[in-house]
Design a protein around this ligand. Structure first.
Ligand code: SAM
Length: 489
C-alpha cells in the first residue's frame, strides 16, 4: 500500500483523505437507538448532548510529537509550534499531544514521513496519564502492547519508557503487522520489538512483563462521530461477541504479567459490557486490583466505578475535545516472578572488525549491541540483548531493535530503518533538500544529488532524515521503501 492510500481508519488514529466533508453529511438519525438506550444512566452520559455532538459532525484533529526526534533538527520547546503548526493547543492530558485548528495534508508533510509526529486521536492519549501514575517509569521495564497495530499506543508508550526498557509491540492479525512496522520504524526507537503472536503464546513468558497494555478490539462506537460509516455495522450481538473476545484476550495474556505488574485495558466503545463489565470480570475471575487515577475535573474525563469497586475512565465527545474512549488500570496481586530458562540461544554477534565497521554509523553516546539475524545486521540497546534470546524462543519475532543493513566486502548496504532511527550517527553524509525535492524523494523519484559525495547519503529536509540515496556520478538512486511511497500529487 502506498502512503497516499491510507483510507480506512484503524482504531482511533489517522484518516488521511478528503472524506470528512462527506462524513459530515451523514446524519445522526443513523445512531442506533439500542446504543443510546443502553448508555442511559452511565456516568457522564447525556443523550441530548451526545446526539448533538454527533449531529455536528465536528472533527477534532490532533497529533503527538515524537520526543525522541523533536530537538533533532533544532526543533525545541513547544513541539507542535516548533514544527510550524500555527494555533496548535496542548492536549491537557498529554505532554506531547496537540490539537490543530485544521487538518493539514499530512501526506504532503515530509516531517510526517520522517516520524516527527504521529496523528493520534486525543482521548486515546489518556494512556499517558495511566502509565505515569500507575507505573514507575524511571525503572527498566518490560512492556507488552498486545493489540498494537497501527501503533498509536506503542509510539506513545515508547516515548515514556527509560532507555533500558523494552517494548514488545504485538499484532496478531498478519495483514496489520506491516502498518505497525511502518509506524514503529518511522518512530525510530531502538528498544522495541515487533511480534505477531496470538495472546496465549505469551504464556510461554510466564510472569515476564511489568506492564501489559490491552487496547482491545471492540465494537467501535467511540469513533462514530469520526466514522459514521461504521454505524451500520454496530449491533448488540456484536457488542456481546466483542465482550467475549476481550475476556479471552485478557485471560490469555494474564499469566505473562508478573506479580504486582500493571495491566491497562482500553477500548473505543461506550458499551458497559465492553468497559465496566470487563473491569468487574477482571477483578472477579482474575482477582485483579482496580487502581484509581488522579484526573483533574476540568479535563472532562469521567470516572466510573465497576460493581466490584474498580475504577474506569470514560471520554465522551460532548464533554471533551476527543472521541469515545474507555480506560481502566489494574494490578496483578497474585502471580510470581519470572524465572529465565537456563538454556537460551545466544544471538549471533559480529566479529570485532565487523563491529568496528558498523559502529561508525551509530551515535557514539548510546550503548548498543550488534547482532546478525540471517544476513541482516541489527542494533539494539546493550541491556536488551538477553531479552532478545528469550523473545526469539517464545515469539514470532518480526523485528528486533533497528535493522541496519547487510555487510558486503566493501560497505554496509543500509536499511531504511537505520536512516530514520534515533540511534543513527549525525556524522554521515547528507543531502539537504527543499520541500519539493523531499516530496519528489518520498514519491521515489530520482533527485539531483547536487554536490553530495559519492556513495550512501541521507536525504534531509529541515533537519529531518527521510531516507537513503546512493549518489553516483551525475545521478542518484532512490532507496525510499517502494511500498511507503507517496502516490498523491
Ligand atoms: N493499539 C492500537 C493503536 O493504538 O494504534 C489500536 C488497536 S485496535 C483497537 C485493536 C487491535 O487488536 C487491532 O489491531 C486488531 O487487529 C487486534 N486484534 C483483533 N483480534 C485480536 C485478538 N483476538 N487478539 C489480539 N488482538 C486482536
Amino acid at each position: 500500500m502506498g502512503a497516499g492510500d491510507w483510507g480506512a481508519c484503524v482504531c482511533g488514529d489517522w484518516v488521511e483523505s478528503g472524506t470528512f466533508a462527506r462524513l459530515n453529511s451523514i446524519r445522526l438519525s443513523l445512531l442506533p437507538k439500542e446504543l443510546i438506550s443502553s448508555l442511559e444512566g452511565l456516568p457522564g452520559f447525556d443523550a441530548a448532548a451526545f446526539e448533538a455532538v454527533h449531529e455536528s459532525g465536528r472533527q477534532v484533529v490532533s497529533i503527538r510529537v515524537n520526543p525522541g526526534k523533536v530537538g533533532e533538527g533544532g526543533v525545541e520547546g513547544n513541539g507542535a509550534a516548533a514544527l510550524g503548526f500555527e494555533g496548535a493547543v496542548r492536549v491537557p492530558w498529554s505532554n506531547w499531544g496537540y490539537y490543530l485548528p485544521e487538518r493539514p495534508s499530512f501526506t504532503m508533510d515530509p516531517r510526517f514521513h520522517a516520524g516527527a509526529y504521529y496523528v493520534q486521536e486525543a482521548s486515546s492519549m489518556f494512556l499517558e496519564v495511566a502509565l505515569r501514575q500507575a507505573v514507575d517509569l524511571s525503572r527498566p521495564l518490560r512492556v507488552l502492547d498486545l493489540c498494537a497495530a497501527p501503533g498509536g499506543k506503542s509510539t506513545l508508550i515508547e516515548s515514556l519508557l527509560s532507555r533500558d526498557s523494552m517494548l514488545v509491540s504485538n499484532e496478531v492479525i498478519r495483514n496489520r503487522v506491516h502498518i505497525l512496522q511502518e509506524n514503529m520504524t518511522k518512530w525510530g526507537a531502538a528498544g522495541t520489538f515487533i511480534t505477531s503472536n496470538d495472546p496465549k503464546d505469551f504464556q510461554r513468558l510466564e510472569n515476564y512483563f511489568d506492564v501489559i497494555v490491552v487496547d482491545a478490539p471492540c465494537s467501535g462506537s467511540g469513533l462514530f462521530r469520526r466514522e459514521p460509516e461504521a454505524i451500520g455495522e454496530w449491533s448488540l450481538d456484536n457488542v456481546r461477541l466483542c465482550e467475549q473476545r476481550q475476556q479471552r484476550i485478557l485471560a490469555d495474556c494474564w499469566p505473562a504479567l508478573r506479580q504486582d505488574g500493571i495491566l491497562i485495558y482500553s477500548t473505543c466503545s461506550y458499551s458497559k459490557q465492553e468497559d465496566e463489565d470487563i473491569l468487574d470480570w477482571m477483578m472477579g475471575d482474575l482477582q485483579a486490583e482496580g487502581l484509581r487515577l488522579n484526573v483533574p475535573e476540568e479535563w472532562g474525563i469521567v470516572e466510573t466505578r465497576g460493581e466490584k469497586g474498580g475504577y474506569g475512565y470514560r471520554c465522551y465527545p460532548h464533554r471533551l475535545d476527543g472521541e469515545g474512549f474507555f480506560l481502566a488500570c489494574l494490578r496483578k496481586v497474585d502471580g510470581g516472578t519470572f524465572t529465565a530458562p537456563r538454556k537460551k540461544s545466544a544471538p549471533e554477534r559480529l566479529t570485532r572488525q565487523e563491529e568496528e565497521r558498523v559502529r561508525a554509523m551509530i551515535r557514539p553516546d548510546v550503548e548498543v549491541s550488534f547482532f546478525r539475524h540471517q544476513e541482516q545486521i541489527n542494533v539494539l540497546p546493550e541491556s536488551l540483548l538477553g531479552e532478545l534470546s528469550l523473545l526469539q524462543s517464545a515469539c514470532y519475532l518480526k523485528r528486533a531493535g533497528v535493522p541496519m543493513g547487510k555487510l558486503s566486502a566493501k560497505e554496509l548496504i543500509p536499511e531504511h530503518d537505520l536512516a530514520v532511527s534515533t540511534v543513527i550517527s549525525s556524522a554521515l553524509p547528507v543531502l539537504n533538500v527543499s520541500r519539493e525535492q523531499a516530496l519528489q524523494y518520498l514519491r521515489k523519484e530520482e533527485i539531483a544529488p547536487g554536490d553530495a559525495p559519492l556513495g550512501w547519503t541521507l536525504v534531509v529536509y529541515e533537519g529531518w532524515k527521510l531516507g537513503w540515496i546512493k549518489v553516483l556520478p551525475r545521478r542518484s538512486n532512490n532507496y525510499y521503501p517502494k511500498e511507503w511511497r507517496i502516490l498523491k500529487r
